[in-house]
Design a protein around this ligand. Structure first.
Ligand SMILES: CC(C)(COP(=O)(O)OP(=O)(O)OC[C@H]1O[C@@H](n2cnc3c(N)ncnc32)[C@H](O)[C@@H]1OP(=O)(O)O)[C@@H](O)C(=O)NCCC(=O)NCCS
Length: 181
């Protein structure tokens, strides 16, 4: 049975993290995360999101997650303290229909292995629970921390591709390679 926490319904636990089911209650935490130019450096070049961005996005993703059980965006908390630390995604790319893994966490939590920990759990969930055939990730060439995580969780560089007008690196992991590793 799902455990109810102050932050919402616990969806997945890793050694140190609790990923919870997204709801409109998380919009404030997502806005605060996006308000840090360091966090947004490789996403918007540090520019703030237009007002109302998460207010519009969250209901869309909640709807998406209902339509695609096991996929979505999960606000994530330190299990020990209950503090919001960021979010993780496993969801379809609108452009290609492929399933993408992604992460965004508060700067104070960087370089402590949290994204690797949650990312590995999501890769395992995607292949073992959902039976996905392939998981991909897209990253700016200068976002070296993100690339390090993507490689640590098992994806390999495949290609350079343009996404939303930006030159990006494209990483992938096929189910057969996940099972061999
Ligand atoms: C990218 C991000 C999610 C990484 O999360 P994290 O929890 O710090 O990741 P981890 O601690 O699991 O691993 C970070 C790795 O990056 C490496 N790293 C960090 N900064 C680096 C840099 N400037 N150059 C090269 N490697 C770097 C770390 O050494 C570590 O690798 P290692 O364990 O092999 O030493 C986090 O920095 C973040 O939220 N950034 C802002 C949002 C973002 O860019 N999201 C990704 C968009 S594609």
């Amino acid at each position: 049975m799902k455990k109810q926490t102050r932050a919402g319904s616990s969806w997945l636990q890793t050694a140190r993290l609790t990923l919870v089911t997204l709801s409109s209650n998380h919009i404030g935490a997502l806005n605060a995360l996006d308000a840090d130019p360091a966090v947004m450096h490789y996403i918007t070049d540090g520019a703030p999101r237009p007002p109302g961005h998460n207010e519009a996005a969250v209901p869309r993703i909640v709807h998406y997650a209902r339509e695609h059980p096991g996929l979505g965006l999960w606000p994530t908390y330190l299990t020990e303290t209950g503090e919001f630390m960021g979010w993780f995604i496993l969801k379809h790319l609108l452009d290609t229909g492929e399933v993408e893994v992604g992460f965004r966490i508060k700067k104070k939590f960087w370089n402590q292995g949290f994204s690797t920990e949650a990312g590995r759990a999501l890769i395992h969930h995607g292949f073992e629970t959902l039976g996905l055939e392939r998981i991909i990730a897209i990253v700016r060439p200068d976002n070296l921390a993100s690339q390090a995580v993507i490689i640590k969780i098992g994806l390999a560089f495949e290609d350079k591709r343009v996404f939303h007008g930006m030159q990006c690196l494209y990483f992938g992991l096929d189910r057969s390679d996940f099972q061999r590793s």
